[in-house]
Design a protein around this ligand. Structure first.
Ligand code: ARG
Length: 291
């Protein structure tokens, strides 16, 4: 029987939009109805948790912290593979206070036997976790975004830490500032991506490695709804409410979309994928050249 996917989520009690470190963030829209937005965020969080559970995942929820309103996006906290967590380094001062919190959270998971190793990247080696370093379970390598939040050198550091290949992709748009906003490897091997977010060089890297018939292009509307920021669980994709066309395209390939209204989190520039962190990815041993 396949292993049950395990996901970490962060309780949104301290979530709000009170600063702007990406173009999606609208503190004015939040403060116009802070109580209503907080209620909607709680509702959206519960809806996402239910959808993930329905799709077969075990979801573990830990507390956020006052003064760290973006600490609802655990995908940015670190990269996890084979039970080993590599804690990231946030680019913006506004989120750097999350680092010690997440470090403690990972150590607690280690104490409970859910992780067996926790390490940290060197200071200044900006790397915003799985949001910018996505494990491609089908292909057995990481895809890493750089140029907005994470630095190119970080991709190399992650590769060395885990002993796996990393394909580094340069991001060009402040609106698609993490790889997970514009790139999503799907369980069957397809990749849903938004080409305008990448440099020509990065597009070439993608197209060299993923056959054309496995590439699914997201439209401007799909990307604007943060639908690419999806969690792929078996044949289900849990994502922010997609336009009908995207649902149909995925349906034709045998995927069923479980759509969740994530509007309050989109106001912070995040959606389904970055509200979670996969803890259970296991890599098959790296291929050793045959004699
Ligand atoms: N407000 C957060 C930030 O700008 C949102 C992070 C969303 N995470 C993601 N991986 N897309 O850092």
């Amino acid at each position: 029987m396949a292993r049950q996917p395990r996901l970490l989520m962060i309780d949104p009690a301290w979530f709000d939009v009170s600063y702007a470190i990406n173009p999606w963030m609208r503190p004015d829209a939040w403060s116009a109805d802070a109580a209503g937005c907080a209620r909607a965020a709680r509702h959206a969080f519960e809806a996402l948790r239910s959808a993930l559970t329905r799709a077969g995942a075990a979801v573990e929820v830990i507390a956020g912290a006052p003064g760290l309103p973006d600490m609802v996006f655990p995908a940015n906290a670190g990269v996890v593979l084979n039970g080993r967590a590599l804690v990231g380094r946030f680019f913006h001062a506004e989120r750097q206070g999350e680092e010690p919190r997440f470090l403690a959270a990972f150590r607690a998971l280690q104490a409970h036997g859910r992780l067996h190793d926790v390490a940290q990247l060197p200071e200044g080696c900006f790397q915003e976790g799985a949001g910018d370093c996505i494990w491609d379970a089908r292909r057995g390598w990481f895809w890493a975004g750089f140029g907005q939040r994470s630095i190119r050198e970080a991709a190399k550091a992650v590769g060395e830490h885990f002993g796996r290949d990393v394909v580094a992709l340069e991001l060009v748009s402040p609106r698609f500032y993490h790889l997970d906003t514009c790139f999503c490897p799907v369980s069957g091997g397809e990749v849903l991506y938004y080409p305008p977010a990448f440099t020509p060089r990065a597009l070439a890297e993608i197209r060299e490695r993923v056959p054309a018939d496995q590439l699914i292009e997201a439209s401007d509307t799909d990307a604007a709804g943060l639908c690419v920021n999806a969690v792929s669980l078996g044949r289900t994709l849990v994502m922010a409410q997609p336009p009908e066309r995207l649902r149909r395209v995925l349906g034709e390939r045998g995927y069923q979309v479980d759509a969740v209204n994530l509007a309050p989190f989109i106001l912070a520039g995040g959606a389904a994928f970055c509200m979670t962190l996969r803890l259970d990815h296991i890599a098959a041993p790296a291929a050793v050249a045959a004699e």
